[in-house]
Design a protein around this ligand. Structure first.
Ligand code: JFZ
Length: 448
């Protein structure tokens, strides 16, 4: 018989072991560091990189107020005020076919849409809470379901933006940097919010909409030090749909379980926005998001539209930095897309029908991007995108392979070049009127 003292020691040792196991089970962060993406996930990442250009859509009950998706916070509204808003959201002009057709006409290969933003309002049929479009609006239908079905029909990949930050749910507590007094109680169960509410809704999004491209997370920056149960949520997503990519907009170095590194309003490695990380993954696909005017959600006072040429340059620069471009529009509350957006996107699409080969399916090329332009590469071809160069000769640093031919992409005319150990000199054809990007295609000797 062990003495009482010994049994206390033995019991405490056992308790420590049990506690340690429990801690590991609850926070398998260390176990996730050896996260190995499945082969189908890796394939989905390559397909993601091939797509290059996507449509970002911010659309929710906030669109009614025409003042951006942060209106609840910016105007410091009370929840019992904001709760009146869904009654006015009735997008009778919403037509999934038109939206998907516009994305296609723009040359976009995927759509990422807000399934819910920071107001926590689910734009889909959710059983987890009645704070959703089907139960709170006169529309009563699920537009994400219609969009998913239409995307499947038209061969466009659909991703769901999902805000981890929630200005509405009382269990989002303790609140974070964007906290204000909107009438919520000063208590709440954050674990329940994550495990039951958020994971419950993610399960719905990954179960009820057929194969989806992935989840675009946003809002963790509101509580950077909180335990967001990421390993658990990420494992749930990959288990339900191994090809669904996890794209977190947390502005940090990627963590295990994440499939894409995304940058907001900056190209990878830039930080003009002030909140992006300089770290650029060499393993993960990259994405850069921006918006066609200065807002994400519909803002009636914003007509600062980017021109088609601005967008084309941005897309080319993204591709040359080995990145996708996710370009946003904020539709009207009635479901229509402002013609100001539509006409610009169609112009970009027309441009891409000529230049798409130098973008889709490429990776960042061997020459570092510069003021003059960028390069992209596919198989044995390098596309030299001359964006900003008025002189007749362009000198590039050495390229490892032997260049056996060079021609101008628009007219196929051959381009003179000299290659030696110092580098490659191209005789750049003069820019044609309104030519945004002079693409010179280099053909490399095979097997080099
Ligand atoms: C976030 C959202 O807040 C915004 O509404 C939009 O959805 C955009 C795509 O993503 O934007 C952010 C995120 C973080 C910061 C600023 C804007 N930040 O950390 O300063």
């Amino acid at each position: 018989m062990p003495s009482t003292r010994q049994s206390i020691i033995a019991t405490s040792a056992l308790a420590i072991v049990v506690a340690a196991i429990a801690i590991f089970a609850a926070h398998p962060a260390s176990a996730q560091t050896d996260y190995q993406p499945s082969s189908e996930n890796l394939q989905a990442r390559r397909e993601f990189q091939d797509m290059k250009f996507g449509m970002f859509i911010h659309w929710g009950v906030y669109s009614v107020l025409g003042d951006g998706e942060w209106v609840l916070h910016n105007r410091k509204l009370k929840l019992d005020e904001y709760n009146r808003l869904p009654a006015f959201f009735d997008p009778e002009k919403f037509d999934a076919k038109t939206w998907v057709a516009l994305a296609k006409a723009a040359g976009m290969k995927y759509i990422t849409i807000t399934s819910r933003h920071h107001d926590g309002f689910a734009m889909f049929d959710s059983k987890v809470s009645d704070w959703n479009i089907v139960q709170r609006t006169p529309y009563k239908k699920d537009p994400l379901k219609m969009l998913a079905d239409e995307c499947h029909r038209q061969g466009i990949k659909l991703f769901f933006y999902y805000s981890q930050l929630d200005w509405h749910n009382p269990d989002y507590y303790p609140r974070g940097a964007t906290n204000w007094d909107n009438g919520r109680p000063d208590h709440g169960d954050f674990n329940a919010y994550l495990d039951t509410y958020m994971d419950g809704q993610l399960r719905e999004l990954l179960t009820n909409y057929g194969p989806i491209g992935g989840i675009w997370f946003d809002g963790m920056w509101d509580k950077p030090d909180a335990d967001w149960h990421l390993p658990k949520t990420y494992a749930l997503i990959h288990e339900l749909q191994p090809t669904a990519l996890i794209i977190p907009n947390h502005h940090q170095t990627p963590r295990p379980g994440e499939d894409v590194q995304t940058f907001e309003r900056d190209l990878p490695g830039e930080n003009t926005a002030g909140f992006n990380t300089k770290y650029v993954s060499t393993k993960l696909p990259l994405e850069s998001c921006d918006t066609l005017n200065d807002n994400w959600g519909f803002n009636i006072g914003d007509s600062n539209y980017k021109s088609p040429a601005d967008v084309e340059r941005r897309l080319v620069r993204a591709a040359g930095n080995n990145s996708n471009l996710l370009l946003n529009i904020g539709p009207y509350p009635n479901g229509e897309i402002d013609p100001q957006f539509a006409t610009r996107l169609q112009a970009v699409g027309a441009w891409l029908s000529k230049y798409g080969d130098s973008i889709y399916g490429t990776r960042g090329g061997p020459v570092p991007p510069g003021d003059w332009g960028v390069t992209t590469q596919k198989d044995n071809q390098i596309y030299v995108h001359v964006l900003n160069w008025g002189a007749p000769l362009l000198a590039l640093p050495p390229i490892a392979s032997k260049v056996v031919g060079a021609h101008s992409m628009v007219d196929g005319a051959s381009v003179e070049f000299t290659q030696n150990s110092d580098g490659l000199i191209l005789k750049v054809p003069p820019a044609k009127k309104e030519e945004v990007d002079r693409v010179i295609v280099l053909t490399l000797a095979k097997g080099n």
